[in-house]
Design a protein around this ligand. Structure first.
Ligand SMILES: Nc1ncnc2c1ncn2[C@@H]1O[C@H](COP(=O)(O)OP(=O)(O)OP(=O)(O)O)[C@@H](O)[C@H]1O
Ligand SMILES: [Mg+2]
Length: 413
């Protein structure tokens, strides 16, 4: 019998409010970002006197609280009486000058958001609106590094301020790509980023406090062990000090505990969560890999699978035993994987690349942690390497099949 929705809803859970643990939740207190928040507030404060704040760039690695700190300040500003208007834009979605202007028009002047109008139209409408009562329009461009024509955007913003008789526009850019500024035209660099701030990765102690705050709201009383919170914080601190990852571990640990009917989420659940979250991340990496690297992974995966069925048939319990010298638990020989790669390339309708390229692919895949390699040592046909997948071959093949061909089993034929 399939469970009813009522039964599903009535299942016991250790969460009080699961959403609190989601990355989209904005807490009303952001521990260990007081200084950064204050600095942003200070930078933006001229707007309260009707003056244009200087443009600001907020930098820092992923999960260091850039987005939530800027949003926090934007909310505080919105609660004040002022001429400021804040347009928050996620540049992953609005990734060009045109789309950004159109989005601002859509948010503030929906009557003018008509399809088919050009950039000049939106630009004029926005300037009229800003000028009408001397507003200060603050563009918050999150993930600004993905904007395709950022030099054009810089030009447009500078020009707006030149043309406005009243009011002004300014910019808060947010980015986790520390190198993107170097790609900019020097002129846009100096106009876009008059001031800069860097968000440092969180330490284990800081992550602990952040997690504690969320766990207290998100989990039922006494449903999460302190050791679980500490472990999640320690793991995330080692891995770039990323609060998003730390929260993900906690949420996943709770889900795993729920599934197993446990009443308490423990460090063992966090340990399990780590494996599962890392696997999710790797699988995302696999589905976005360049084609030839995907083919190499497929070659490796299918040889591992063939080896497994061979050893089952021959009653030879251990190893890939596919008859040409691979030694089981050590992995497959680099040469045989290359042969399989050449063979599979046809199925992918790709032209196989040379061995030199193949070696590059292997080292990229190793860097991503998707495969492990080991030197064969002496005596094994000169210098060769054993290669092993880091994840289950069935999963890897299934994933590549569905990302490349849109269905599983596409490579079976
Ligand atoms: N100081 C903090 N207090 C509470 N929660 C925090 C804090 N810093 C980050 N978080 C939480 O961690 C998650 C990631 O934060 P945020 O989205 O601000 O990171 P980011 O620096 O913008 O990362 P990215 O560069 O990947 O966009 C969010 O769920 C946020 O609520
Ligand atoms: Mg962000």
């Amino acid at each position: 019998m399939v469970e009813s929705f009522e039964q599903i809803l009535a299942r016991p859970t250790i969460f009080r409010e699961r959403d609190v643990l989601s990355p989209h939740y904005l807490p009303d207190v952001l521990p260990h970002r007081e200084k950064e928040i204050e600095k942003i507030m200070l930078g933006i404060s001229p707007v309260l006197r009707g003056e244009r704040p200087r443009n600001l760039l907020v930098y820092g690695k992923t999960g260091t609280g850039k987005t939530c700190s800027v949003k926090f300040v934007a909310e505080k500003l919105a609660a004040m009486q002022s001429s400021a208007k804040v347009a928050y834009i996620n540049c992953r979605i609005y990734n060009s000058r045109y789309r950004i202007l159109q989005k601002v028009v859509k948010d503030f002047l929906p009557q003018f958001d008509k399809a088919g109008y050009g950039l000049a139209y939106f630009y004029e409408k926005l300037l009229d609106w800003v000028e009408s009562d001397g507003k200060i329009l603050i563009y918050v461009l999150d993930e600004i590094d993905v904007v395709k024509d950022i030099d054009d955007l810089a030009y447009t913003l500078t020009r707006s301020n030149d043309e406005l008789k009243k009011g002004g526009v300014s910019l808060i850019g947010i980015s986790n790509k520390l190198s993107f500024k170097e790609k900019l035209d020097p002129r846009s660099r100096s106009s876009l980023f008059e001031t800069e701030m860097v968000f440092a990765p969180y330490t284990s102690y800081q992550l602990k406090e952040i997690l504690k705050q969320r766990a207290a709201k998100g989990f039922a009383d006494g449903a999460i062990d302190e050791a679980a919170v500490n472990l999640a914080a320690a793991i995330a601190a080692q891995d770039n000090g990323d609060a998003r990852y730390a929260l993900k571990l906690l949420l996943k640990a709770g889900e795993i505990a729920d599934e197993s009917g446990a009443k308490l989420a423990t460090d063992a659940h966090v340990e399990q969560a780590r494996r599962s979250v890392d696997e999710d991340v790797s699988f995302e990496a696999i589905s976005t890999l360049p084609r030839h690297q995907q083919i190499v992974l497929c070659a490796l995966a299918s040889l591992q699978l063939e080896g497994r069925s061979y050893s089952r048939l021959s009653g030879n319990g251990n190893g890939n035993g596919n008859g040409n010298g691979s030694s089981g638990s050590n992995g497959l020989l680099s040469g045989e994987v290359y042969e399989k790669y050449v063979q599979l390339s046809r199925k992918f309708r790709a032209e196989a690349r040379s061995v030199r390229w193949y070696r590059e692919y292997l080292s990229d895949l190793e860097m991503l942690g998707l495969i492990a390699m080991e030197d064969s040592g002496k005596g094994q046909r000169g210098h060769t390497r054993f290669i092993r997948l880091s994840y289950s071959p069935e999963k890897v093949i299934g994933l590549i099949e569905s990302s490349v061909f849109g269905e599983k089993g596409a490579l079976d034929a």
